[in-house]
Design a protein around this ligand. Structure first.
Ligand code: PEP
Ligand code: MG
Length: 581
């Protein structure tokens, strides 16, 4: 049996199936007597406390093992659990309708999950799975049931379930679980993020199939293509085993590149920097040979907490990155909040078009004390290492000048207070709005460096919301308009001798490496786990080959033709990449 699902965590897992069929708890008693209502409310409150302790333990475990990004998922669960609305609704059902705690909890949380599921934004809709995770914690606390059997595996297995919540994945035994597949689940669910962090191949959203699998059946989970094969025939099994072996060999080969430079075959040096969201990720960048941090997304300091980060919180975070990176450049991007990264602390009004609204540098220039706090911290950190400052989503010269003015004011404040900082701290901007790309020559005179933020540049050039599932097929890095803009920006920057990098997701995919080198890019800033793959491409090509390829790509009419060309060329040079294309 072969099923198509959504690939959420890469790699191939082959093993015997452990089937977890049960998705909901059976509720033994639906109503309570009128005189037992207060006792029932007390039982619910006790369950809240037990569930909170369980979630706190998960948060601490995951933060320790996978880092704060995954830990923040469980902090958010705690916040949902503590939501007074949920508590009021459950208690009102117990008091007014004499529902048992189990029935009331299930009703309220499932309604809450359904509300999320109906929202058009897929990222938010997938939060429904988080709510179901919380329901499970509460029901387990009420019914006194132990964790599902998947935590007590005694031999290696592939876990198959109707659904796995983020906390269930976080508690999987990494030594025993080779991979998992679930009937439910979405691409942006937290389950997916935790699985990636743990390096467990996973496929979700296959649709119903569990009734047709028995424990012990051989199963293949292909976490790159989103395929699950139950009871494969001999030849499929052999093919997959061979592929898994080839992947392991390729990974070993990539690891040998850690300390080698990203130099093309004809001797052109390409720089590879890392992108981070949390300070601890700098260590993995360094370990994979990053020459600096090209993008530190500092807005994550604001997310997943109730209060605002203090100047000291900022300062400590920046110093940690600088400490890890030594004298290598660390590019701190000022907060890029708004759109899909909403800071609840500011109580911002809901906007009809948040991507075109008060986000990023616009928000910073509206909430000046917030911006000043961050600028002070960056400047203070500038004397600890090689710190650069970068403004996101600049769209006009006036905006850039206003941001620079703020920086100058903060410098004066620090100087007056005799707090040391580096006055000539390099200053750059993200090029992610077409208005800046088109008139880049004007901006280049006023900055020390620029970085192409293609995630947003693609969105704004093509008028395609990067988070909208309905138009995802129109969001394409290789559209001719996008390529021309990138080419223009790189050419102008090179002409004026201003360093230019590209830190959008595009640079992290090996499919685009040759094209970008051909368009003149010499500095990539990529996700930590992509550094070695990008280096591998750089070391396998000549600039001449890349330029010829870019020339052909620029002449094409359609993104899909460019992609086909890039795929063909890359696989010809490095066949091992064929499986991720
Ligand atoms: C970008 O837009 O390319 C970028 C790197 O910024 P972010 O993805 O954080 O919006
Ligand atoms: Mg951006």
């Amino acid at each position: 049996m072969r099923l198509q699902g959504i690939a959420v965590s890469p790699g191939i897992a082959i093993g015997k199936a452990v089937v977890i069929g049960q998705d909901s708890f059976s509720i033994p008693r639906e109503y309570v007597e009128a005189d037992a209502v207060e006792q029932e409310v007390a039982r619910f409150r006790e369950a809240l406390q037990v569930a909170a302790r369980e979630i706190e333990n998960n948060r601490d475990l995951v933060t320790r093992e996978l880092g704060p990004k995954s830990g923040a998922i469980f902090q958010a669960h705690l916040e949902i659990l503590e939501d007074p609305k949920i508590r009021e609704d459950v208690e009102s059902l117990i008091r007014n309708r004499q529902y048992s705690s189990e029935k009331a909890v299930s009703l309220v949380l499932r309604q809450f999950a359904e509300m999320f599921r109906r929202l058009p934004n897929p990222v938010i809709a997938d939060r429904a799975y988080d709510v179901l995770d919380i329901e499970r914690h509460l029901l387990r606390a009420l019914l006194g049931q132990p964790h599902r059997s998947l935590y007590h595996l005694t031999s290696p297995a592939v876990v198959l379930a109707r659904n796995l919540t983020p906390s269930e994945v976080a508690n999987l035994d990494r030594k025993m679980v080779r991979g998992f597949a679930t009937e439910l689940g979405g691409p942006t669910s937290h389950t997916a993020i935790v699985a990636q962090g743990m390096g467990i191949p996973a496929v979700v959203g296959t649709g119903p199939f569990l009734t047709e699998v028995s424990g012990g059946d051989i199963v293949i989970v292909d976490g790159d293509r989103g395929i699950v094969i139950v009871r494969p025939d001999e030849s499929t099994l052999r093919e997959y085993e061979e592929e898994a072996r080839a992947i392991r060999a390729f990974i070993t080969e990539l690891e040998k590149l850690r300390d080698l430079p990203a130099e093309t075959l004809d001797g052109t040096r390409i720089e590879i920097y890392g992108n981070i969201e949390f300070p601890h990720e700098a260590a993995l960048c360094l370990q994979n040979g990053a020459e600096g941090i090209g993008l530190y997304r500092t807005e994550f300091l604001y997310l997943g907490r109730n209060d605002l980060p203090s100047e000291e919180d900022h300062y400590q975070a920046y110093c940690e990155v600088v400490r890890i990176m030594g004298d290598r450049p660390v590019t701190i991007r000022t907060f890029d909040l708004g759109a899909d990264k909403v800071p609840l602390q500011l109580g911002l009004e809901k906007e009809a078009n948040p991507c075109l609204g008060l986000r990023s540098i616009r928000l910073a220039l509206r909430y000046l004390p917030l911006f000043q706090t961050q600028l002070r911290a960056i400047l203070r950190a500038s004397v600890c290492g090689n710190v650069q400052i970068m403004f996101p989503m600049i769209s006009t010269l006036a905006e850039l000048r206003q941001a620079k003015l703020m920086l100058a004011e903060v410098m004066e404040d620090l100087a007056e207070s005799r707090i040391p900082f580096r006055r000539d701290i390099p200053l750059g901007i993200m090029v992610e709005v077409p208005s800046v790309a088109v008139t880049i020559d004007r901006f280049l005179d006023e900055v020390d460096f620029i970085s192409l933020g293609t995630n947003d540049l693609i969105q704004y050039t093509l008028a395609v919301d990067r988070t909208n599932r309905n138009v995802v097929n129109m969001y394409n890095a290789t559209e001719p308009a996008v390529l021309r803009l990138i080419h223009h920006v790189i050419q102008e920057a090179s002409r004026k001798g201003v360093p230019v990098s590209l830190c959008g997701q595009m640079s992290s995919h090996p499919l685009h490496t040759m094209l970008l080198i051909g368009l003149g890019l010499r500095k990539f800033s990529v996700a930590a786990h992509s550094i070695l793959e990008i280096k591998k491409v750089c070391r396998s090509v000549t600039v001449q080959q890349c330029e010829a390829l870019a020339k052909r790509a620029l002449e094409m009419d359609h993104a899909r033709d460019v992609q086909a060309l890039l795929r063909e060329q890359l696989i010809k040079l490095i066949p091992a990449f064929s499986r991720i294309m």
